[in-house]
Design a protein around this ligand. Structure first.
Ligand code: THU
Length: 143
């Protein structure tokens, strides 16, 4: 379980990563910051494509960076998503989509925290278990 400083660092990095979002179609910018069990932080943003279905979410961008770096045990993630130019009071919490929940579940530590941020000092804490109850994962394939 990350301490409060680490939690806040993740939220800050998710908001910063949001700045790299390539989202000319939805104008919905998302950033993520993923903490691995080894203590590294991988950031990601959503990257859209003219062939719409080829786009990737911020959470999975961070996840593939981590796993492809050999860091495949996820300890916590922060996500920040809201439209371009949304004023603070207009920002809704952007929960991870279903595909990202499933993708994260593959590599998640037990009770992995998820922080969903509107701003540095305004975020909601939950867990992947709460977001993906009765999940299907690697253990289900072991006989
Ligand atoms: N998006 C994410 O990056 N993460 C999510 O969990 C939900 C949606 C992105 C995908 C797309 O680029 C934009 O937000 C609008 O759906």
């Amino acid at each position: 379980m990350p301490d409060l400083d680490t939690e806040k660092r993740l939220v800050k990095k998710a908001l910063e990563a949001r700045g790299q979002s390539y989202s000319p179609y939805s104008h919905f910018r998302v950033g993520a910051a993923l903490l691995t069990a080894s203590g590294n932080i991988y950031t990601g943003c959503n990257i859209e494509n003219a062939s719409y279905g080829a786009g990737i979410c911020a959470e999975r961008t961070a996840a593939v960076k981590a796993v492809s770096s050999g860091d495949a045990e996820f300890a916590a993630i922060a996500v920040a998503g809201f439209p371009n130019n949304a004023a603070d009071e207009e920002r809704d919490l952007a929960f991870p989509c279903g595909i990202c929940r499933q993708f994260l579940n593959e590599f998640a530590c037990a009770g992995m925290p998820v922080y969903i941020a509107r701003a540095e000092d305004d975020y909601y804490s939950t867990t992947l278990d709460d977001l993906l109850p009765h999940s299907f994962g690697p253990n289900d394939l072991i006989k």
